[in-house]
Write a protein that binds this ligand. Structure first.
Ligand SMILES: [Zn+2]
Length: 197
């Protein structure tokens, strides 16, 4: 909205020039061209400069003085592992740490934590292992609870041993112990309770 004085000013010779210039600047700005008032061609797109991966990585963790862990300060996934996005895709930060500080991770192997802190990316706290190593490690540290100690488990080790030796029909055994036939089958086929001989 312009008032009467402004309207008269814009009709004057000086006003016409000034207003035209202001309007030109406005159009340039609308095009996203901030490089100068008189520039008519759009500014060239500058290539995105990527800093080396390691320096980008190193500014995203902070040392923890007591344990010596390097705690990841950027995004974490649902399980508490740090995430780091490279050009290709988001990656797990502790795997990235191994790649940057120790070298390639052999195919199919996992990077595990000595310190049991998922957000830690200190390569001294990491080691390479397979899936079994991971489970053993978790069991040793008390993270993985095997059946008898788990909540909601109906059987004891003695009962499982008895079921393994029991040669009645599965249906009878299931009714006897108050479990499903599928569970009996799993016990007999050693899919669960593997640690009971
Ligand atoms: Zn650590």
């Amino acid at each position: 909205m312009i008032n009467e004085a402004e309207r008269r000013y814009r009709q004057s010779e000086k006003g016409k020039r000034t207003h035209a210039l202001a309007h030109k600047r406005y159009r340039e700005k609308k095009k996203g061209n901030y490089y100068g008032h008189y520039q008519t061609t759009p500014a060239p797109r500058l290539p995105r400069i990527c800093r080396p991966l390691k320096s980008r990585f190193d500014e995203k963790w902070t040392p923890e003085p007591f344990s010596g862990c390097w705690l990841w300060t950027r995004s974490w996934n649902r399980l508490g592992y740090g995430q780091f996005t490279t050009k290709e895709r988001p990656q797990l930060a502790h795997r990235m740490a191994w790649t940057l500080y120790r070298g390639e991770i052999p195919a199919g192997l996992s990077v595990l934590h000595h310190c049991d802190t998922p957000a830690c990316v200190n390569p001294d706290h990491l080691f390479i292992g397979n899936h079994q190593d991971n489970s053993d490690d978790a069991y040793r540290k008390g993270r993985l609870v095997i059946c008898e100690r788990a909540t909601g488990c109906k059987l004891t080790a003695e009962q499982v041993k008895a079921i393994k030796d029991d040669d009645r029909r599965y249906r009878v055994i299931a009714e006897n112990y108050g479990i499903s036939m599928g569970h009996v089958s799993e016990i007999k086929r050693r899919l669960t309770w593997k640690h009971i001989p």
